[in-house]
Design a binder for this molecule. Structure first.
Ligand SMILES: Nc1nc2c(ncn2[C@@H]2O[C@H](COP(=O)(O)OP(=O)(O)OP(=O)(O)O)[C@@H](O)[C@H]2O)c(=O)[nH]1
Ligand SMILES: [Mg+2]
Length: 437
């Protein structure tokens, strides 16, 4: 395979940037890059990084790994340089000049999989941990990454193989036309159906787990929606002004709080208006209610009609009413769920807690592993085959058919760990990675 390189850190100004290089022959080039030979693998060397003419670009850290004892399983090295855009661009030029190719997304992990360093589901867990937006999903992904999940799947595969060997044995020894299965094998099959069902129940689909908790702010104009939104985020994301109708477009930002991440959406204040742009903004706000998980109504006064109108607009969604501008005085009715002042910050601890309480946090012990649609579908197919095998035995079906069901059940599990995987599936999986991973 060709030598590939990639920037593993974001292409932005930072203290340090890290480049990865992998592929046969790449270690021979280190001398050219640093002007000297590095003796020991896995040792951090401080060296000069030289351009093609021998000019010093930067003082960098270099570590090399000798395959197969590397992430990719190939000879590889990493360069830790100062994180300036100029340095990054010059290093890229040097690598290109040496004939290295820019790595496509996921190339390093793909090579690790192809070189049997990790299973396919472990490669997928690498993406999951990078994508993790909550603490819980970090723990769930790291469990898959550590190999526990693979061990369990491989363990089930071995048990299925063992049962199939038993069934095949019975086929060889059974009297002509008389199919009979040893009670221990039947018991074994029943047990694996139960254990495997429990395991599948213990997996949670990444799609549901990582879906963003959408919190939409609505309310009359000038009630302080954008101010509350900004105060929650801790910075001035949305424009605030005393002019009614300031917010037109939808403004979105992420908030991480209490083990979960939220997607906060500030919207245009709702009122009757002749302004075309403002009324379009109001329509967008109303459309967003449908897709929101929680709607937060922000008000700066008590008006029964206005409150009723907003309550109706939320169409049965989870709804929190917030009275803002508490610093100017409390509301004249105690009907609000939360009282805050975006100006002073009063009441925001309670508001955040109330928001977080709307979202169920998965219990790590209930949901043991984070899986994808691909895994769920393979698990269900495998479980169906196991159940079919059991049914056939109980109904006195042919042992050949039972053996075939077990073979199929095992095959689906092979696909989970990537024993047999099509090139197009690999393409789909690895194209979702970041560059440099
Ligand atoms: N005293 C006081 N003023 C506030 C508070 N929150 C917002 N304001 C003021 O109220 C005015 C409107 O604030 P915004 O945050 O722009 O209100 P909005 O609901 O987003 O307004 P639109 O986008 O126009 O619908 C501004 O002048 C803010 O400074 C508060 O807690 N106390
Ligand atoms: Mg606003």
């Amino acid at each position: 395979m060709s030598v590939v390189f990639a920037l593993a850190t974001p292409p932005a100004k930072s203290a340090i940037c890290v480049f990865r290089v992998s592929g046969h022959g790449c270690l021979d080039k280190i001398k050219q890059i640093t002007g000297c030979e590095l003796k020991r693998a896995r040792t951090f060397y401080l060296r000069s990084f030289l351009d093609a003419g021998g000019g010093v670009i930067d003082n960098v850290g270099v570590v090399f790994f000798k395959g197969p004892n590397s992430y990719t399983g190939e000879d590889s090295f990493e360069v830790y340089a100062h994180g300036s855009l100029g340095v990054m661009s010059l290093i890229v030029d040097v690598f290109k000049g040496l004939g290295f190719d820019e790595a496509p997304p996921g190339e390093f992990t793909k090579r690790a999989f192809l070189n049997n360093k990790i299973s396919l589901n472990e490669a997928e867990a690498v993406v999951d941990i990078i994508d993790s937006s909550s603490r819980e999903s970090v723990y769930l992904s790291s469990k898959s990454l550590s190999g526990t999940f693979t061990d369990l799947v491989v363990g089930f595969s071995k048990k299925i193989d063992f049962l199939r060997m038993g069934v095949e044995g019975e086929i060889d020894f059974s009297d002509e036309g008389e199919d009979f299965l040893d009670g221990a094998l039947v018991g074994g099959l029943k047990k694996i159906v139960v254990d495997f069902s429990l395991f599948v129940d213990g997996c949670v689909n990444k799609k549901h787990y990582s879906s963003k908790n959408k919190v939409l702010f609505v309310g009359p104009v000038n009630s302080g929606k954008s101010s509350v939104f900004n105060r929650l985020l801790g910075f001035e994301r949305a424009l605030v002004s005393s002019v009614a109708g300031t917010t037109r477009d939808l403004v979105e930002s992420e908030l991480f709080y209490s083990d979960a991440s939220f997607s906060l959406l500030d919207s245009a204040g709702i009122r009757e208006t002749d302004d075309l742009i403002e009324s379009r903004g109001i329509s967008i706000a109303l459309e967003q209610i449908e897709g929101a998980d929680v709607v937060v109504g922000i008000f700066d006064s008590f008006d029964k009609n206005v409150l009723n109108k907003f309550s109706k607009l939320t169409k049965g969604k989870k709804y929190l009413t917030v009275y803002n501008k508490l610093d100017l005085g409390p509301p004249n009715q105690e009907v609000f769920d939360c009282l805050v002042s975006a100006k002073t910050g009063e009441g925001f601890g309670e508001l955040k807690n109330k928001l977080a309480s709307f979202f169920k946090v998965f219990d790590r012990s209930d949901y043991s592993f984070l899986v994808r649609d691909r895994h769920i579908s393979l698990f269900n197919s495998s479980l169906k085959c196991l159940k079919d095998a059991l049914l056939k035995i109980e109904e006195g079906g042919g042992l050949e058919l039972v053996a075939e069901d077990l073979r199929l059940a095992r095959g689906f599990l092979d696909e989970v760990v990537g024993v047999k995987t099509s090139d197009s599936l690999l393409g789909d999986i690895f194209s979702n990675f970041c560059i440099g991973k």
